[in-house]
Ligand binder design. Structure first.
Ligand code: ACO
Length: 390
Protein backbone atom coordinates (compact mmCIF):
# COMPACT_ATOMS: atom_id res chain seq x y z
CA UNK A 1 0.00 0.00 0.00
CA UNK A 2 1.33 3.45 -0.95
CA UNK A 3 2.57 5.55 1.96
CA UNK A 4 0.18 8.37 2.79
CA UNK A 5 1.77 11.74 2.10
CA UNK A 6 0.72 14.58 4.37
CA UNK A 7 0.86 18.02 2.78
CA UNK A 8 0.92 20.91 5.24
CA UNK A 9 0.96 24.09 3.20
CA UNK A 10 1.45 26.44 6.14
CA UNK A 11 3.69 24.10 8.19
CA UNK A 12 1.17 24.68 10.97
CA UNK A 13 2.26 22.77 14.05
CA UNK A 14 5.23 21.22 12.20
CA UNK A 15 8.56 21.35 14.05
CA UNK A 16 11.29 22.13 11.53
CA UNK A 17 14.16 22.83 13.89
CA UNK A 18 15.34 23.63 17.39
CA UNK A 19 16.28 26.85 19.13
CA UNK A 20 17.47 27.93 22.56
CA UNK A 21 16.66 31.59 21.87
CA UNK A 22 12.96 32.00 22.51
CA UNK A 23 9.85 29.98 23.20
CA UNK A 24 6.29 30.78 22.18
CA UNK A 25 3.65 29.00 24.24
CA UNK A 26 0.57 29.72 22.22
CA UNK A 27 -2.06 28.18 24.48
CA UNK A 28 -0.65 29.70 27.66
CA UNK A 29 0.06 33.04 26.00
CA UNK A 30 3.64 33.09 27.19
CA UNK A 31 6.79 34.26 25.43
CA UNK A 32 10.23 33.67 26.91
CA UNK A 33 13.72 34.66 25.75
CA UNK A 34 16.23 32.04 26.91
CA UNK A 35 13.89 31.19 29.77
CA UNK A 36 13.12 34.77 30.84
CA UNK A 37 9.44 35.70 30.65
CA UNK A 38 8.74 38.70 28.47
CA UNK A 39 6.50 39.95 31.31
CA UNK A 40 9.65 40.29 33.45
CA UNK A 41 11.93 41.57 30.69
CA UNK A 42 9.52 44.23 29.41
CA UNK A 43 9.42 46.37 32.57
CA UNK A 44 12.88 45.51 33.91
CA UNK A 45 15.38 45.03 31.07
CA UNK A 46 16.64 47.35 28.35
CA UNK A 47 16.91 46.38 24.71
CA UNK A 48 20.69 46.19 25.04
CA UNK A 49 20.32 43.68 27.89
CA UNK A 50 18.07 41.58 25.68
CA UNK A 51 20.54 41.81 22.78
CA UNK A 52 23.25 40.56 25.15
CA UNK A 53 20.98 37.78 26.36
CA UNK A 54 20.25 36.59 22.82
CA UNK A 55 23.83 36.70 21.59
CA UNK A 56 25.75 35.61 24.68
CA UNK A 57 23.25 33.35 26.44
CA UNK A 58 22.93 35.22 29.75
CA UNK A 59 21.91 38.62 31.07
CA UNK A 60 24.93 40.93 31.30
CA UNK A 61 26.42 42.35 34.47
CA UNK A 62 27.00 46.12 34.51
CA UNK A 63 30.52 45.90 33.02
CA UNK A 64 29.35 43.63 30.21
CA UNK A 65 26.35 45.82 29.50
CA UNK A 66 28.43 49.02 29.38
CA UNK A 67 30.85 47.34 26.96
CA UNK A 68 28.01 46.22 24.71
CA UNK A 69 26.42 49.68 24.76
CA UNK A 70 29.75 51.20 23.73
CA UNK A 71 30.21 48.61 20.97
CA UNK A 72 26.76 49.27 19.55
CA UNK A 73 27.24 53.04 19.75
CA UNK A 74 30.53 52.68 17.87
CA UNK A 75 28.88 50.73 15.05
CA UNK A 76 25.88 53.00 14.40
CA UNK A 77 27.26 55.21 11.65
CA UNK A 78 26.47 54.09 8.09
CA UNK A 79 29.14 53.66 5.44
CA UNK A 80 29.21 56.52 2.90
CA UNK A 81 28.19 54.09 0.16
CA UNK A 82 24.95 53.18 1.99
CA UNK A 83 24.16 56.86 2.57
CA UNK A 84 24.75 57.41 -1.15
CA UNK A 85 22.34 54.55 -1.94
CA UNK A 86 19.72 56.15 0.31
CA UNK A 87 20.20 59.54 -1.32
CA UNK A 88 19.63 58.00 -4.74
CA UNK A 89 16.23 56.49 -3.86
CA UNK A 90 13.06 58.41 -4.83
CA UNK A 91 11.47 60.05 -1.78
CA UNK A 92 8.17 58.31 -2.31
CA UNK A 93 9.72 54.82 -2.09
CA UNK A 94 8.14 52.43 0.43
CA UNK A 95 10.31 52.45 3.59
CA UNK A 96 10.52 48.66 3.80
CA UNK A 97 11.81 48.53 0.20
CA UNK A 98 14.41 51.09 1.19
CA UNK A 99 15.42 49.18 4.32
CA UNK A 100 15.80 45.94 2.36
CA UNK A 101 18.07 47.62 -0.19
CA UNK A 102 20.11 49.49 2.42
CA UNK A 103 20.69 46.40 4.58
CA UNK A 104 21.85 44.52 1.51
CA UNK A 105 24.15 47.41 0.55
CA UNK A 106 26.01 47.20 3.88
CA UNK A 107 27.72 44.04 2.62
CA UNK A 108 29.39 45.95 -0.21
CA UNK A 109 31.95 47.51 2.10
CA UNK A 110 32.65 44.41 4.18
CA UNK A 111 35.67 42.42 2.91
CA UNK A 112 34.48 39.11 1.51
CA UNK A 113 36.04 35.70 1.25
CA UNK A 114 36.93 34.04 -2.07
CA UNK A 115 33.50 32.40 -2.01
CA UNK A 116 31.88 35.85 -1.93
CA UNK A 117 30.70 35.37 1.65
CA UNK A 118 31.21 38.01 4.29
CA UNK A 119 32.23 37.28 7.89
CA UNK A 120 29.08 36.28 9.74
CA UNK A 121 29.74 36.36 13.46
CA UNK A 122 28.56 38.17 16.58
CA UNK A 123 30.59 41.26 15.65
CA UNK A 124 28.90 41.45 12.23
CA UNK A 125 25.53 40.83 13.88
CA UNK A 126 26.05 43.69 16.35
CA UNK A 127 26.89 45.92 13.40
CA UNK A 128 23.53 45.09 11.85
CA UNK A 129 21.71 45.64 15.16
CA UNK A 130 23.35 49.07 15.47
CA UNK A 131 22.89 50.15 11.85
CA UNK A 132 19.30 49.08 11.17
CA UNK A 133 17.86 51.90 13.31
CA UNK A 134 20.27 54.34 11.67
CA UNK A 135 19.06 53.34 8.21
CA UNK A 136 15.41 53.86 9.14
CA UNK A 137 16.03 57.23 10.82
CA UNK A 138 18.30 58.41 7.97
CA UNK A 139 15.71 57.52 5.37
CA UNK A 140 12.97 59.19 7.40
CA UNK A 141 14.91 62.47 7.25
CA UNK A 142 16.10 62.20 3.66
CA UNK A 143 12.61 61.64 2.33
CA UNK A 144 11.42 64.72 4.24
CA UNK A 145 14.16 66.75 2.53
CA UNK A 146 16.27 66.93 5.71
CA UNK A 147 19.92 66.08 6.18
CA UNK A 148 20.67 62.98 8.28
CA UNK A 149 21.65 63.46 11.92
CA UNK A 150 24.81 61.68 13.09
CA UNK A 151 24.23 59.03 15.80
CA UNK A 152 24.53 60.08 19.45
CA UNK A 153 27.08 57.89 21.25
CA UNK A 154 25.60 58.33 24.72
CA UNK A 155 22.01 57.33 23.96
CA UNK A 156 20.43 53.89 23.96
CA UNK A 157 19.54 52.22 20.66
CA UNK A 158 15.90 53.29 20.97
CA UNK A 159 16.57 56.83 22.26
CA UNK A 160 19.18 57.33 19.56
CA UNK A 161 16.66 56.34 16.89
CA UNK A 162 14.30 59.10 18.06
CA UNK A 163 17.24 61.51 18.27
CA UNK A 164 18.32 60.75 14.70
CA UNK A 165 14.74 61.01 13.45
CA UNK A 166 13.89 64.34 15.12
CA UNK A 167 17.30 65.96 15.64
CA UNK A 168 16.71 66.42 19.38
CA UNK A 169 17.05 64.17 22.40
CA UNK A 170 13.75 62.45 23.22
CA UNK A 171 11.97 62.77 26.55
CA UNK A 172 12.59 59.98 29.05
CA UNK A 173 8.99 58.86 28.48
CA UNK A 174 9.44 58.51 24.71
CA UNK A 175 12.83 56.82 25.05
CA UNK A 176 11.44 54.31 27.54
CA UNK A 177 8.37 53.61 25.40
CA UNK A 178 10.40 52.82 22.28
CA UNK A 179 12.90 50.80 24.30
CA UNK A 180 10.02 48.69 25.63
CA UNK A 181 8.81 48.14 22.08
CA UNK A 182 12.32 47.05 21.06
CA UNK A 183 12.49 44.61 24.01
CA UNK A 184 9.12 43.05 23.19
CA UNK A 185 9.80 42.54 19.49
CA UNK A 186 13.40 41.30 19.77
CA UNK A 187 12.68 37.65 19.04
CA UNK A 188 9.81 35.25 18.40
CA UNK A 189 11.03 31.74 17.63
CA UNK A 190 10.50 30.44 14.06
CA UNK A 191 8.20 33.18 12.78
CA UNK A 192 8.08 33.60 8.99
CA UNK A 193 10.89 36.15 8.65
CA UNK A 194 13.19 34.29 11.05
CA UNK A 195 12.50 31.03 9.28
CA UNK A 196 13.29 32.72 6.00
CA UNK A 197 16.61 33.93 7.45
CA UNK A 198 17.40 30.42 8.66
CA UNK A 199 16.52 28.86 5.29
CA UNK A 200 18.90 31.31 3.61
CA UNK A 201 21.63 30.69 6.19
CA UNK A 202 21.19 26.92 5.78
CA UNK A 203 22.63 27.17 2.26
CA UNK A 204 25.78 28.69 3.83
CA UNK A 205 24.80 32.11 2.49
CA UNK A 206 26.14 34.84 4.76
CA UNK A 207 24.48 36.95 7.44
CA UNK A 208 23.77 39.89 5.11
CA UNK A 209 21.96 37.63 2.64
CA UNK A 210 19.97 35.99 5.43
CA UNK A 211 18.93 39.30 6.98
CA UNK A 212 17.97 40.75 3.60
CA UNK A 213 15.71 37.72 3.11
CA UNK A 214 14.22 38.26 6.57
CA UNK A 215 13.44 41.92 5.89
CA UNK A 216 11.72 40.96 2.65
CA UNK A 217 9.64 38.31 4.42
CA UNK A 218 8.60 40.66 7.21
CA UNK A 219 6.95 43.04 4.74
CA UNK A 220 3.65 41.25 4.13
CA UNK A 221 0.60 42.09 6.23
CA UNK A 222 0.13 38.50 7.41
CA UNK A 223 3.36 39.09 9.33
CA UNK A 224 5.03 42.45 10.08
CA UNK A 225 3.13 44.56 7.59
CA UNK A 226 -0.03 44.67 9.71
CA UNK A 227 0.50 47.68 12.04
CA UNK A 228 0.33 50.29 9.27
CA UNK A 229 -2.97 48.77 8.24
CA UNK A 230 -4.15 48.81 11.85
CA UNK A 231 -3.47 52.55 11.81
CA UNK A 232 -5.41 52.90 8.54
CA UNK A 233 -8.31 51.03 10.18
CA UNK A 234 -8.25 53.30 13.23
CA UNK A 235 -8.20 56.38 10.98
CA UNK A 236 -11.12 54.95 8.99
CA UNK A 237 -13.04 54.17 12.19
CA UNK A 238 -12.74 57.75 13.37
CA UNK A 239 -14.86 57.44 16.56
CA UNK A 240 -14.98 54.73 19.27
CA UNK A 241 -18.77 54.50 19.16
CA UNK A 242 -18.63 53.31 15.55
CA UNK A 243 -16.53 50.27 16.46
CA UNK A 244 -19.27 47.68 16.85
CA UNK A 245 -20.93 48.43 13.52
CA UNK A 246 -17.50 48.54 11.90
CA UNK A 247 -16.71 45.03 13.09
CA UNK A 248 -20.13 43.69 12.06
CA UNK A 249 -19.71 45.12 8.55
CA UNK A 250 -16.16 43.77 8.29
CA UNK A 251 -17.15 40.24 9.29
CA UNK A 252 -20.17 40.33 6.99
CA UNK A 253 -17.85 41.23 4.11
CA UNK A 254 -15.52 38.37 5.20
CA UNK A 255 -12.74 40.89 5.77
CA UNK A 256 -9.82 40.56 8.16
CA UNK A 257 -9.20 42.91 11.04
CA UNK A 258 -5.49 43.67 11.02
CA UNK A 259 -3.71 43.20 14.34
CA UNK A 260 -6.03 40.34 15.29
CA UNK A 261 -5.20 36.64 15.20
CA UNK A 262 -1.99 34.69 15.34
CA UNK A 263 -0.79 31.36 14.05
CA UNK A 264 0.69 30.45 17.44
CA UNK A 265 -1.29 32.38 20.06
CA UNK A 266 -4.77 31.12 20.69
CA UNK A 267 -5.16 33.66 23.52
CA UNK A 268 -4.25 37.35 23.54
CA UNK A 269 -0.64 37.91 22.48
CA UNK A 270 1.38 38.42 25.72
CA UNK A 271 3.10 41.45 24.14
CA UNK A 272 -0.21 43.21 23.52
CA UNK A 273 -0.83 44.17 27.16
CA UNK A 274 2.53 45.93 27.44
CA UNK A 275 2.03 47.78 24.20
CA UNK A 276 -1.54 48.64 25.17
CA UNK A 277 -0.33 50.19 28.42
CA UNK A 278 2.33 52.15 26.55
CA UNK A 279 -0.14 53.31 23.91
CA UNK A 280 -2.56 54.35 26.64
CA UNK A 281 0.05 56.43 28.45
CA UNK A 282 1.42 58.06 25.32
CA UNK A 283 -2.07 58.92 24.05
CA UNK A 284 -3.20 59.96 27.56
CA UNK A 285 -6.05 57.49 27.31
CA UNK A 286 -7.54 59.08 24.19
CA UNK A 287 -6.67 59.45 20.50
CA UNK A 288 -5.69 56.31 18.59
CA UNK A 289 -5.47 54.37 21.83
CA UNK A 290 -9.16 54.96 22.63
CA UNK A 291 -10.10 53.90 19.10
CA UNK A 292 -8.01 50.73 19.36
CA UNK A 293 -9.44 49.87 22.76
CA UNK A 294 -13.02 50.32 21.51
CA UNK A 295 -12.25 48.27 18.42
CA UNK A 296 -10.80 45.40 20.43
CA UNK A 297 -13.82 45.40 22.78
CA UNK A 298 -16.19 45.41 19.81
CA UNK A 299 -14.19 42.65 18.10
CA UNK A 300 -14.31 40.39 21.16
CA UNK A 301 -18.05 40.98 21.60
CA UNK A 302 -19.12 40.53 17.97
CA UNK A 303 -16.80 37.57 17.34
CA UNK A 304 -18.32 35.76 20.32
CA UNK A 305 -21.76 36.16 18.73
CA UNK A 306 -20.81 35.49 15.11
CA UNK A 307 -17.99 32.89 15.44
CA UNK A 308 -18.21 31.52 18.99
CA UNK A 309 -15.46 28.92 18.46
CA UNK A 310 -12.95 31.29 16.84
CA UNK A 311 -9.89 32.15 18.90
CA UNK A 312 -8.77 35.37 17.31
CA UNK A 313 -7.36 37.92 19.71
CA UNK A 314 -5.18 41.03 19.61
CA UNK A 315 -1.65 40.33 18.43
CA UNK A 316 1.52 42.38 18.87
CA UNK A 317 0.72 44.62 15.91
CA UNK A 318 -2.62 45.89 17.21
CA UNK A 319 -1.33 48.34 19.85
CA UNK A 320 1.92 48.92 17.97
CA UNK A 321 0.03 51.38 15.78
CA UNK A 322 -1.24 53.73 18.53
CA UNK A 323 2.07 53.42 20.41
CA UNK A 324 4.43 54.19 17.54
CA UNK A 325 2.07 56.81 16.11
CA UNK A 326 2.17 58.71 19.42
CA UNK A 327 5.97 58.74 19.22
CA UNK A 328 5.72 60.66 15.95
CA UNK A 329 6.80 57.72 13.79
CA UNK A 330 5.20 57.73 10.35
CA UNK A 331 2.55 55.09 9.66
CA UNK A 332 4.46 53.57 6.73
CA UNK A 333 7.56 53.06 8.89
CA UNK A 334 5.96 50.83 11.54
CA UNK A 335 7.21 47.64 9.91
CA UNK A 336 10.69 49.14 9.72
CA UNK A 337 10.54 49.66 13.48
CA UNK A 338 9.67 45.99 13.85
CA UNK A 339 12.85 45.21 11.89
CA UNK A 340 14.92 47.61 14.05
CA UNK A 341 14.14 45.41 17.03
CA UNK A 342 13.89 41.96 15.39
CA UNK A 343 17.31 42.37 13.78
CA UNK A 344 18.67 41.01 17.08
CA UNK A 345 16.55 37.86 16.96
CA UNK A 346 17.10 37.31 13.24
CA UNK A 347 20.90 37.57 13.61
CA UNK A 348 20.97 35.34 16.69
CA UNK A 349 18.94 32.72 14.81
CA UNK A 350 21.25 32.87 11.80
CA UNK A 351 24.29 32.35 14.04
CA UNK A 352 22.47 29.50 15.77
CA UNK A 353 21.70 27.94 12.38
CA UNK A 354 25.39 28.01 11.41
CA UNK A 355 26.42 26.21 14.61
CA UNK A 356 24.46 23.05 13.75
CA UNK A 357 23.59 23.52 10.12
CA UNK A 358 21.67 21.25 7.85
CA UNK A 359 20.37 22.46 4.48
CA UNK A 360 16.64 23.17 4.82
CA UNK A 361 15.08 21.63 1.76
CA UNK A 362 11.54 20.25 2.12
CA UNK A 363 9.65 18.19 -0.41
CA UNK A 364 6.55 19.12 -2.39
CA UNK A 365 3.83 16.91 -3.76
CA UNK A 366 3.84 17.25 -7.55
CA UNK A 367 0.32 17.90 -8.89
CA UNK A 368 1.19 18.81 -12.51
CA UNK A 369 0.73 16.69 -15.67
CA UNK A 370 2.08 13.14 -15.84
CA UNK A 371 5.28 12.55 -17.80
CA UNK A 372 4.59 12.99 -21.52
CA UNK A 373 6.66 13.22 -24.73
CA UNK A 374 8.43 16.43 -25.74
CA UNK A 375 6.83 18.16 -28.74
CA UNK A 376 9.21 19.73 -31.31
CA UNK A 377 8.37 23.43 -31.82
CA UNK A 378 6.98 22.82 -35.30
CA UNK A 379 4.41 20.45 -33.88
CA UNK A 380 3.17 22.65 -31.03
CA UNK A 381 -0.23 24.26 -31.37
CA UNK A 382 -0.52 28.03 -30.87
CA UNK A 383 -1.30 28.99 -27.29
CA UNK A 384 -4.53 30.93 -26.94
CA UNK A 385 -3.89 34.69 -26.70
CA UNK A 386 -3.48 35.91 -23.08
CA UNK A 387 -2.65 32.51 -21.62
CA UNK A 388 0.27 32.66 -19.25
CA UNK A 389 2.85 30.03 -18.53
CA UNK A 390 3.39 29.40 -14.84
N1 ACO B 1 -9.82 38.92 10.97
C1 ACO B 1 -10.85 38.14 10.55
N2 ACO B 1 -10.79 36.81 10.46
C2 ACO B 1 -9.63 36.24 10.81
C3 ACO B 1 -8.52 36.97 11.26
C4 ACO B 1 -8.65 38.37 11.34
N3 ACO B 1 -7.64 39.14 11.76
N4 ACO B 1 -7.51 36.13 11.53
C5 ACO B 1 -7.96 34.91 11.25
N5 ACO B 1 -9.23 34.96 10.81
C6 ACO B 1 -10.10 33.84 10.42
C7 ACO B 1 -9.86 33.45 8.96
O1 ACO B 1 -10.66 34.21 8.09
C8 ACO B 1 -10.22 31.99 8.98
O2 ACO B 1 -11.61 31.90 8.99
P1 ACO B 1 -12.37 30.69 8.25
O3 ACO B 1 -11.88 29.45 8.93
O4 ACO B 1 -13.81 30.97 8.48
O5 ACO B 1 -11.95 30.76 6.81
C9 ACO B 1 -9.72 31.54 10.35
O6 ACO B 1 -9.72 32.70 11.19
C10 ACO B 1 -8.33 30.95 10.32
O7 ACO B 1 -7.47 31.87 9.64
P2 ACO B 1 -6.06 31.48 9.05
O8 ACO B 1 -5.60 32.58 8.16
O9 ACO B 1 -6.09 30.11 8.48
O10 ACO B 1 -5.20 31.38 10.37
P3 ACO B 1 -3.68 31.61 10.53
O11 ACO B 1 -3.22 30.79 11.64
O12 ACO B 1 -2.94 31.46 9.25
O13 ACO B 1 -3.75 33.15 10.93
C11 ACO B 1 -2.83 35.29 10.69
C12 ACO B 1 -2.73 33.92 11.37
C13 ACO B 1 -2.33 35.16 9.25
C14 ACO B 1 -1.92 36.25 11.46
C15 ACO B 1 -4.28 35.80 10.70
O14 ACO B 1 -4.81 35.80 12.00
C16 ACO B 1 -4.43 37.19 10.08
O15 ACO B 1 -4.53 37.31 8.86
N6 ACO B 1 -4.44 38.27 10.93
C17 ACO B 1 -4.53 39.62 10.42
C18 ACO B 1 -3.14 40.11 9.97
C19 ACO B 1 -2.21 40.37 11.13
O16 ACO B 1 -2.60 40.87 12.16
N7 ACO B 1 -0.94 40.03 10.91
C20 ACO B 1 0.09 40.17 11.94
C21 ACO B 1 0.32 38.86 12.61
S1 ACO B 1 1.37 39.02 14.01
C22 ACO B 1 2.91 39.02 13.39
O17 ACO B 1 3.25 38.33 12.47
C23 ACO B 1 3.84 39.94 13.95
Amino acid sequence: MAEEIVVDRGLEGVNVGETVLSNVEGEAGRLTFRGYDIDDLAPKATYEEVVYLLFYGKLPNQTELSALEATLAGKRALPESTIAVLRAIPHDAWPMDVLRTAISSLAHVIPHKASGQHPSDVDAALGLVAKTSTIVATWDRLRRGLEPVAPHAKLSTAANFLYMMTGSEPSAEFAKALDLYYVLLADHSYNASTFSARVTASTNADLYCAITAAVATLTGELHGGAPSQVQDTLDQLGAPEKAEQFVRDLLKAKGRLMGMGHREYKVRDPRAKHLEETAKQLNKGGGSYALARALEDAWNKVLKEEKPTARIYANVDFYTAPALGALGIANDEYTCMFACSRIAGWSAHVLEQYTNNRLIRPKATYTGPAVHPFEPISERGREPAGSART
